[in-house]
Design a protein around this ligand. Structure first.
Ligand SMILES: NC(=O)c1ccc[n+]([C@@H]2O[C@H](COP(=O)([O-])OP(=O)(O)OC[C@H]3O[C@@H](n4cnc5c(N)ncnc54)[C@H](OP(=O)(O)O)[C@@H]3O)[C@@H](O)[C@H]2O)c1
Length: 290
């Protein structure tokens, strides 16, 4: 991975940290996106020490804010001649309904809109790589998800787990749609895949949840794998030569597998695409490539 520029969102903890560490171990230039200066500095210090690779840095970005995403992307475009790997990994779980500064339900904003917008903002940098790989960390929770197009924030009857599952279904719909659109434009040097990391022992269910949900997560995650194990498929997709031309697939344990029936609904994918363009003020998703 020497000479490759890799962005990992949410690289300061959990699965993202282990992904960033592994890529640094493979010799890549790694940039993590984090919302916390202290956590980012600690993660970068730890990754540098463990990997003995000094080409590790961070950019501060609150991925619930479209302005913050755009500012981070602008900085990346200015600093790096190309991006080879973009791991859209940062994710969150909220028990209660909260809206972002852009008026979007927080899980939908961080878990899906940030993937959608950051990828759009970095397309011009990705296309400069001869083998650009976008990896979106989804979840098998999406099997329980349903797109509530009339009420994406679930404002009428909020349920944190339903909102999480919807955001993860949106990940798969987005991956398949962008894959179709890239192929339709004859762009074959950018691949995009969705990853299911499995049940992983991280703190995701403790950060913004009520105590009952926090307790449920503490019990549930006991049956999970380590963050390093959970990161294996993301690392494989980012670095393996064997899957160079694979795109538009859903991966679990380093193998493709079918995702839910709903995730293959091309009408829903097109509808979501249009809504997300509207929510982020994008008139043409591919405008940066022209
Ligand atoms: N753990 C599981 O069992 C599991 C299962 C399936 C899928 N996943 C997915 O795996 C991905 C990684 O999650 P994880 O389990 O590793 O949890 P985690 O340790 O909490 O990591 C999530 C990362 O996202 C960051 N993040 C959250 N909100 C953010 C925001 N507004 N702006 C910037 N960064 C933000 C977190 O930053 P902070 O440290 O500041 O919070 C953290 O670095 C997520 O997409 C999650 O949905 C996890």
């Amino acid at each position: 991975m020497e000479g490759k520029n890799c962005i990992v969102t949410g690289g300061n903890s959990g699965i993202g940290f282990e992904t960033a560490l592994a890529l640094a171990m493979l010799g890549a230039n790694v940039i993590i996106l984090s919302r916390s200066q202290d956590k980012a500095e600690a993660a970068v210090k730890s990754i540098k020490a463990k990997s003995q690779n000094n080409h590790v840095d961070f950019i501060l970005a609150d991925l619930s804010s479209q302005k913050s995403i755009r500012d981070a992307a602008k900085y990346i475009r200015r600093e790096f001649d190309k991006i080879d790997v973009l791991v859209n990994n940062a994710g969150t779980w909220f028990s209660s309904l909260e809206l972002t500064e852009d008026g979007i339900e927080r899980q939908f904003a961080v878990n899906h809109m940030a993937y959608f917008l950051l990828t759009h903002e970095l397309l011009a940098s990705l296309v400069k790589s001869d083998d650009a790989r976008i990896i979106c960390v989804g979840s098998d929770s999406h099997f329980h998800g349903k797109m509530n197009f009339d009420d994406l924030s679930l404002g009428k009857k909020y349920h944190g787990i339903k909102a999480y599952a919807q955001s993860k279904l949106a990940n798969a719909l987005f991956v398949y749609e962008l894959d179709r659109q890239l192929k339709g434009r004859n762009i074959h040097n950018i691949s995009i895949n969705c990853v299911q990391p499995g049940l992983v022992k991280t703190d995701i269910g403790l950060k913004h949840t009520i105590s009952l949900h926090g307790l449920a997560w503490r019990i549930r995650r006991m049956g999970g794998v380590s963050p390093a194990k959970g990161a294996e498929t993301s690392i494989y997709l980012a670095s393996s030569n064997q899957i160079k031309s694979e795109s538009g697939k859903y991966w679990d344990k380093c193998k493709p597998k079918p995702s839910s029936k709903r995730s293959y609904d091309t009408n829903d994918a097109a509808k979501l695409w249009k809504i997300c363009n509207g929510l982020s003020g994008i008139s043409d998703y591919f405008s940066t490539l022209e």
